[in-house]
Design a binder for this molecule. Structure first.
Ligand code: SF4
Ligand code: SF4
Length: 392
């Protein structure tokens, strides 16, 4: 049994180890097998040397957060993201990863009303302390308010606003903020039609390749035309931008080219922003991996936040926080250890600057960090929420 990996991609790795300090699982364990180099070597052993897919191999692959922090650090441009995604797809097909209950939960993301209802039930269960903390679920909202409405029809709108599944269930306030900011720069927006609720990012992460492709096709059909697609969840934006690679057609590549992270998009229209209220606050920027390492769209966040407050950088070179889609649920122990490193960096930044706010542009990261930040009297907000609050 092979993994159907590209031998050239595997052999691009020269085992230099420059990626190791950027790998959260290596940083917390010191285990070579839980590093990018170790994982690539294990893939090579299976693919090129006929080694069996044993339990140790499965553990190496299952514990990867898929943060892709190793990619920008790699001088050989090893396409690690593609390698791990293909490997996990094979393991999922063999039912070696992604147990039935994870698949069932992910299936629920396609049915938006069901997700909203389930999320409300979970929120109540959390308040009654019926959800074990080891699952690493952040505090879910009891109320989310009404859905946002399109400001134009699909034929006349300047852009599409992708609202997503979890983002709409857990952080709908951020959609309202995004709508306000788009209004402020004079951009009209339409909302995706039927079938456009879930981008399939978590399915791709879980190795459920066919499901991810099916959902990507559905999302593409829900936002036809040429208008840009604005996304305010870093994980979803990275997934939508990857549709060209995932599906491999010209249509998918054209769709992916229309996708813009909301910060990129607003920064491009920043000359149309009204004067924003500036405060004395200091804002710590926590970069979601899929914004920084995958989309490379972390600088526009700073450009926007710098208009309203002093931006505080963390000193951990964008190391992952351990959320990783469903990772904090699947690997709670490692996710907790990785989060500790992030919290130590945040503590250092707070001690040096007195910052009280952490800005994070991904629902998974903010939900993962929020309980620990609240315990430190820190708040976590989406950058676009902070920009919307500063509008006149
Ligand atoms: S994707 Fe992240 S966790 Fe996985 S090997 Fe690369 S740096 Fe490590
Ligand atoms: S993945 Fe890149 S940085 Fe890491 S060991 Fe291989 S060549 Fe070096």
């Amino acid at each position: 049994m092979t993994l159907s990996l590209d031998p050239d991609a595997l052999n691009t790795c020269v085992s230099c180890g420059l990626c190791l300090p950027h790998c959260p699982t290596f940083r917390v364990t010191g285990d070579e097998g839980l590093s990018p180099r170790g994982r690539i070597d294990a893939m090579r052993a299976v693919e090129l040397r006929g080694a069996p897919i044993d339990d140790e191999f499965v553990e190496f692959m299952a514990t990867c957060v898929q943060c892709r922090g190793c990619e920008p650090a790699c001088p050989s441009n090893v396409p690690y993201g593609s390698l791990i995604e293909q490997t996990r797809s094979v393991l999922a097909t063999q039912k070696r990863i992604s147990p039935w209950w994870e698949r069932m939960g992910l299936d629920g993301l396609r049915h938006h009303r069901l997700l909203l209802a389930g999320s409300s039930v979970l929120a109540v269960a959390q308040r009654l302390r019926l959800v074990p903390e080891r699952f690493g679920l952040g505090r879910l909202p009891l109320r989310r308010g009404r859905s946002i409405e399109a400001s134009a029809t699909k034929d006349t709108a300047d852009a599409w606003l992708f609202t997503g599944c979890v983002m709409d269930a857990w952080l709908r306030d951020t959609h309202r903020s995004t709508a306000r900011v788009l209004d402020a720069v004079g951009v009209t927006y339409a909302l995706p039609g039927g079938g456009g609720a879930c981008c399939g990012a978590l399915h791709a992460h879980a190795g459920l390749h066919d499901d991810a492709v099916e959902m990507a096709r559905s999302v593409m059909a829900s936002m036809p035309g040429d208008a840009p697609i604005v996304v305010n969840s870093a994980g979803c934006g990275a997934a939508l931008k990857d549709y060209g690679h995932l599906i491999g057609t010209d249509d998918a590549r054209a769709f992916a080219a229309r996708v813009r992270d909301v910060h990129e998009f607003v920064a491009e229209h920043a000359d149309r922003l009204p004067e924003l209220r500036r405060s004395d606050e200091r804002i710590i920027v926590q970069d979601p991996c899929h914004l920084r390492h995958v989309q490379g769209a972390h600088l526009p966040v700073r450009a926007l936040l710098g208009r309203i407050a002093e931006v505080v950088e963390l000193d951990d070179a964008g190391l992952c926080c351990g959320a990783g889609g469903a990772y904090s649920v699947m690997e709670p122990e490692l996710a907790g250890q990785i989060r500790e490193r992030k919290l130590e960096a945040i503590d250092r930044a707070v001690a040096a600057t007195g910052a009280t706010v952490v800005a994070s542009a991904n629902p998974g990261c903010s939900m993962h960090l929020e309980p620990e930040l609240l315990a430190r009297n820190l708040t976590v907000s989406h950058p676009i929420d902070l920009i919307a609050e500063a509008l006149p």
